[in-house]
Design a protein around this ligand. Structure first.
Ligand code: ADP
Ligand code: ZN
Ligand code: ZN
Length: 676
């Protein structure tokens, strides 16, 4: 008798254990059932069947077992199972919680058989492409008879591949012409699932790999795709990191292996996916939360079948059913979206490291402003450091100016635009160049600051800004829980000019309209991006309609490459400095560096203006100089002095149990875990 060990798909703590079920006679391990299969089982006296995951087999059981009711699909392989086990242990979640990440989106509570439709796609044959590239004209190996045939070939040269029906339509030809070319071995057709993913049905101009600069070449050579090694690629914005990712992936593909690329959720702009599409065509799959369940499910299936060999996505792309992974790349590795704040709570960088280990492949973390902890590891040799020091564009980095808002106020300017910023925006509008205005706002917490001297109420013990709680009219430290009375007079300089920070973008938009009535403005924040493809639509509009000013929050800081943006304005740099978090300085430096890096990416020199109440603040000064290393060397000293990460680990243990005795031993258990 064969017994399957099964984990029931449930978050209930009581069910977080293995149950035994008999395997029906007609099933054989390795053939139609295995580790990673999903099954339906009857549970206790419930009528409804529950979904379970097979995680092992044995010969007998100490219990009187029921038989599996139905064997469904295969959801994951052994490597992924190991990963889920590791996560359950590392992040204190039920095994079923981490296993749930591994199943096709939208099917964790319902297993359906989805009908699949195929359509015919066309591309040039590899043979014909190399014939074209090598210019063996004289040989005339391929005879092209008609103009219509030539039309199709020209179209396919520019566009990697395309559904046959669209090809015939846009070229004004017929299927017979395609067939004729196919017979000659010039083009080929292949079936492709009719997909719901809007990204993949668009055709993009194809690109060839660029000739690398010597510095890029050196970096690429250092990435050994044949072994498990962790790299940190530190390169200023626009230094050509993405090109290195593309070429490293090409090497991996040529070895018959596959790739995973993580990008921060909000920067999943069409721009980066377009660059991958243009280079690699239909073998990429895109996964992120803005896709519908149906779209994500389609992508999942394409990956599972091996049709997609490069998965690009937010952190959940790590769990895509891709086998034979040859490289994992995490772009903008410092981004906070790599941490999951819902169960299972995990850090995608740690999970990726583990997955790279199981897959025996390299992990490349890339950033212009690495996480302090990552850079610390790199300097200690735990991670290999790769560097790109220069921008590709000859204009180099933008000129950054810092404006002291206290001085503006002293001069009687109470508007949110300093004189300098106002003048520069005016100039840009006249020259028909574009401007990005960045509002540095995180979350909804408010802090309190003196507008005259820049004083911020901080916790005496923890040195982080205290958060204002309206309901209590008190200030609280979110680290240690200390409370303070609210202030109405600055204890530092006696001024009554106390300001609560946390202004909305909508208000600011109205002020821009008032200050620059001749300018067109578009806004990008949480409110304007809650519909599908909103990022893409807003950004395209900004570029194509040459909108004068883009106003936005964090979302506008990264990944975008607009040639005509020559001015970036930071309205108030301070608000991330004073978030109640020890990473305040780090966040500020990262944000300012990233946002200033948006300026002057085309063939015109860029400018950036940072408005602040704290012009001498180290993170702002170093961001002005775009000098990560100077920022790092200072910040790491502060961290060491105050015993903050990487010199300690911070954890939050939330314990909720109806009876104290029980929670007490849970707490002991947690302590034990960390004292090992
Ligand atoms: P990053 O990812 O570091 O911001 P990108 O890879 O986007 O940098 O490169 C910035 C710009 O420089 C892009 O427009 C890219 O096409 C171009 N570029 C990158 N590498 C090269 C190269 N070797 N030769 C010419 N242009 C390059
Ligand atoms: Zn405190
Ligand atoms: Zn003051």
């Amino acid at each position: 008798m064969l017994i399957a060990q099964i984990i029931v798909n449930s978050s209930a703590q009581e069910l977080n254990r293995i149950f035994d079920y008999k395997v029906p006679d007609e099933y054989e391990v390795g053939k139609n059932i295995d580790i990673g299969y999903r099954v339906l089982v009857s549970f206790a006296n419930y009528k409804k069947l529950e979904i379970g995951y097979v995680i092992g087999f044995k010969e007998s059981s100490d219990f009187k077992c029921k038989t599996i009711s139905k064997v469904c699909d295969r959801a994951f392989n052994k490597d992924k199972f190991e990963l889920a086990k590791w996560m359950a242990h590392r992040y204190f979640c039920n095994l079923s919680d981490s296993l749930r990440l591994l199943v096709p989106p939208g099917t964790s509570n319902k297993i359906d058989n989805v009908k699949i439709k195929y359509e015919k796609w066309v591309s040039l044959t590899k043979d014909y492409e190399s014939y074209l590239q090598n210019h063996i004209e004289e040989e005339k190996k391929y005879k092209i008879k008609s103009e219509k045939q030539q039309k199709i070939i020209d179209f396919l040269i520019d566009n990697l591949e395309i559904p046959a029906s669209i090809l015939v339509d846009v070229t004004g030809t017929s299927m017979a012409v395609v067939k004729a070319l196919e017979d000659k071995g010039i083009c080929e057709t292949f079936p492709m699932e009719v997909l719901r993913n809007p990204f993949l049905n668009k055709s993009v101009k194809r690109t060839k790999k660029l000739d690398l600069t010597p510095n890029q070449q050196e970096v690429l050579n250092q990435i050994d795709i044949n072994k498990n090694e962790n790299y940190l690629l530190y390169g200023v914005t626009g230094s050509g990191k993405t090109e290195i990712y593309l070429q490293a992936i090409e090497k991996v593909l040529n070895k018959g292996k596959n790739a995973i690329v993580l990008v921060p959720e909000i920067s999943l702009t069409p721009q980066i996916t377009d660059r991958f599409l243009a280079r690699f065509g239909h073998i990429i799959a895109i996964l992120h939360s803005k896709l519908s369940y149906g779209e994500r499910y389609d992508e999942w299936r394409r990956i599972q079948r091996g049709d997609a060999r490069i998965v690009i996505g937010a952190r959940s792309a790590l769990f895509a059913p891709i086998d034979n992974v040859g490289i994992i790349i995490i772009d903008e590795e410092h981004d906070s979206s790599y941490k999951s704040e819902t169960t299972p709570k995990y850090d995608a960088r740690s999970v990726a490291k583990k997955l790279a280990e199981y897959s025996n492949c390299p992990l490349v973390l890339g950033s212009a402003t690495p996480d302090i902890r990552s850079y610390y590891k790199a300097l200690n040799g735990e991670v290999k450091l790769l560097r790109l020091d220069k921008r590709i564009s000859t204009f180099g980095m933008p000129d950054v100016t810092i404006v002291d808002l206290r001085q503006e106020l002293a001069n009687g300017n109470k508007s949110m635009f300093s004189k300098a910023l106002y003048d520069e925006i005016k100039k840009n509008i006249e020259n028909k160049e574009q401007t990005m205005l960045f509002l540095n706002r995180r979350g909804y917490s408010t802090f309190i600051m003196c507008r005259d001297c820049g004083y911020v109420v901080k916790c005496d013990k923890c040195e982080v800004a205290m958060t204002y709680h309206v309901t209590k009219n008190k200030l609280m430290c979110h680290y240690c829980g200390a409370e303070k009375k609210n202030v109405s007079i600055c204890p530092e300089c006696g001024s009554e000019n106390i300001r609560y920070f946390g202004t909305g973008t909508q208000k600011i938009e109205a002020q821009i309209n008032k200050a620059f009535p001749e300018a067109s403005v578009i806004r990008m924040d949480i409110d304007t991006t809650n519909y599908k493809n909103a990022h893409e639509i807003i950004l395209n509009k900004f570029r194509d309609e040459k909108i004068d000013i883009l106003l936005g929050t964090q979302m506008i800081t990264k990944g975008h490459d607009f040639e005509n943006v020559t001015l970036v304005g930071v309205l108030a740099a301070d608000s991330s400095l004073n978030i109640s978090d020890y990473r305040g300085s780090e966040r500020t430096f990262q944000l300012l560096t990233q946002v200033c890096g948006r300026s002057g990416r085309g063939d015109k020199k860029g400018r950036a203006i940072i408005q602040t109440y704290l012009p001498d603040e180290f993170s702002i000064q170093t961001a002005k100089a775009q000098d990560y290393e100077r920022f790092y060397s200072n910040e790491i000293k502060v961290r060491e002095m105050l015993k903050y990460p990487p010199f300690c680990d911070i954890m939050v243990a939330v314990i909720s149990r109806p009876r104290w005795e029980k929670s007490y031993w849970r707490f002991e258990e947690i302590l034990w875990y960390f004292q090992r």
